[in-house]
Design a protein around this ligand. Structure first.
Ligand code: CAA
Length: 447
């Protein structure tokens, strides 16, 4: 059977950065350790005045198409996933296509365009849509362009302000992919939850602590569903496990839960039992509360074992390296985690060709999805072609006063754009260029 998956990937960060320990923590009168150690975040990316979800998406897609030698005629589908859309009718993919048509001779008039919404999981759902379209044989040899783009901003003084970020991930989905092959096995955990939502408002209403519990509960359901699909989730079978990463501290919790779950009744549990005992079983406790206390105690002991620490260092830690430097990119976050893990592998001479990845996506509201992927033959060349480090190094480091202005610029309820000077100079990229007569946003390519 022909394989289908991600052929190529590009990352585009917002061009500003807010240092959480040096700049944000003192202004909030907080200990920097809350950000760097507790949440696991050092820096958040922000969009400059002339950047937004469209420019970041179009700039990522443009570099990707140039690198792969593609023109609009090669693309049969453009799916954009976002939870930062500014229009309830016209999809972001039309704006992105409009941008790209400024720099190509042909157009996207025959591409099917859409926009996917389900909080942060929509990027993975868009990959699914593209996969299904190709598998169904409806692509006529053409490829899908899938883009996850967000400005993950919270209202000022919301606890979520510590976990902001801005960036886009563009992916080409195709037959016989060079980067990763997607599998047909998936597990879902989905429930009607009100932990994080934006009812006709730009900034989210968040119950932060509850959102963390819901993340873990849906992940557990998704694991159980994947096991029901017949997939054996032995922890040592996966080279990397990229998770949706709102902040690395969340992944620390999810990884411990996942490891404990999949080790139950395996050789790993037996070996660990000599050191920390067997995992608690519900039937051994009179009340649910006693059981939960015992599970928590076991999990704490588990995460301090050498076996767990080695597994975490190899399988999880590498996937967090970019997130620590950019914050939460919502729909793009899990796809950044995949890139970070593979980039780390390349830099440490770890050959992952043919290796299995377990990709754990999540969106508030809420749904988790877990699936396996196989690393394809061309992964090294794809990672080598990225310029992530260069983009991260070139970001302009904003002061707290600049942060306050930039946050206002990107607040849809204020019209401060005209009053604020850009902090970087655009070059060879798409930029926001003001509003048109019907309230549409306009863009131009700066040479
Ligand atoms: N040194 C070391 N650690 C410290 C510390 C210090 N000086 N000060 C605090 N910490 C630790 C805390 O103990 C805590 O760790 P644990 O959870 O392991 O105990 C961590 O730092 C964070 O501190 P707080 O709990 O005090 O932080 P907070 O209450 O101000 O906010 C938050 C944390 C709830 C995550 C908040 O940032 C938030 O609401 N974020 C947005 C929602 C979110 O990201 N939820 C994640 C799941 S939902 C999802 O994944 C979808 C999505 O993308 C939004």
């Amino acid at each position: 059977m022909t394989t289908v998956g991600i052929d190529a990937i590009e990352i585009r960060t917002g061009k500003l950065q807010l240092d959480l320990a040096e700049t944000f923590a003192p202004a909030q009168d907080e200990d920097p350790g809350k950000y760097t150690k507790g949440l696991g975040l050092h820096v958040s990316s922000f969009p400059d005045v002339y950047e937004d979800i469209v420019t970041m998406a179009a700039n990522a897609a443009h570099r990707l198409m140039e690198r792969k030698g593609l023109t609009p005629d090669d693309i049969g589908r453009i799916d954009v996933a976002t939870e930062s859309a500014f229009d309830n009718s016209k999809p972001v993919s039309t704006y992105v296509a409009g941008c790209l048509e400024q720099v190509y001779d042909d157009d996207f008039h025959h591409a099917n365009k859409g926009e996917r919404k389900f909080a942060c999981i929509a990027g993975t759902q868009s990959l699914d849509d593209a996969y299904n379209w190709i598998r169904a044989g409806r692509n006529r040899g053409r490829k899908a362009l899938v883009i996850a783009t967000d400005t993950a901003l919270y209202a000022r003084d919301d606890p979520g302000e510590a976990t902001q970020g801005a960036g886009a991930v563009a992916m080409i989905v195709d037959e016989n992919p060079d980067f990763v092959e997607l599998s047909t096995d998936q597990g879902f955990g989905s429930a009607d939850e009100t932990d994080f939502l934006k009812p006709n408002q730009q900034f989210p209403s968040v119950d932060g602590k509850r959102s963390m519990k819901v993340y873990l509960a849906r992940m557990r359901e998704a694991m159980e569903d994947l096991e029901r699909a017949g997939v054996d989730l032995h922890p040592d079978d996966f080279a990397l496990i990229p998770f949706h990463t709102p902040f690395p501290g969340m992944v620390r919790k999810a990884a411990a839960l996942g490891y404990r779950h999949v080790c139950r009744d395996t050789d790993v549990e037996l070996t660990l039992a000599e050191e920390i005992g067997r995992q608690p079983r519900r039937e051994e406790f009179k009340t649910q509360e006693q059981f939960f206390d015992a599970i928590e105690e076991y999990t704490d002991a588990l995460t301090e074992t050498e076996r767990y620490e080695d597994w975490y260092a190899d399988t999880i830690e590498p996937t967090l390296e970019i997130a620590r430097e950019v914050g939460n990119w919502y729909t793009g976050s899990v796809h950044v985690a995949r890139v970070a893990g593979l980039k780390h592998a390349l830099e440490h001479d770890r050959d992952l060709t043919g290796a299995q990845l377990l990709v754990a996506s999540y969106g508030s509201g809420a749904q988790a999805e877990i699936h396996a992927e196989t690393v394809a033959d061309g992964w090294k060349a794809e990672i080598e072609a990225l310029n992530v480090d260069d983009q991260l190094d070139r970001r302009y480091d904003i002061s707290f006063a600049e942060y306050e202005r930039i946050h206002d610029v990107h607040n849809h309820d204020t019209d401060d754009y005209a009053d604020v000077e850009e902090l970087t100079t655009p070059s060879e990229e798409f930029v926001f260029d003001g509003w048109g007569r019907m309230g549409e946003r306009k863009y131009r390519y700066v040479r």
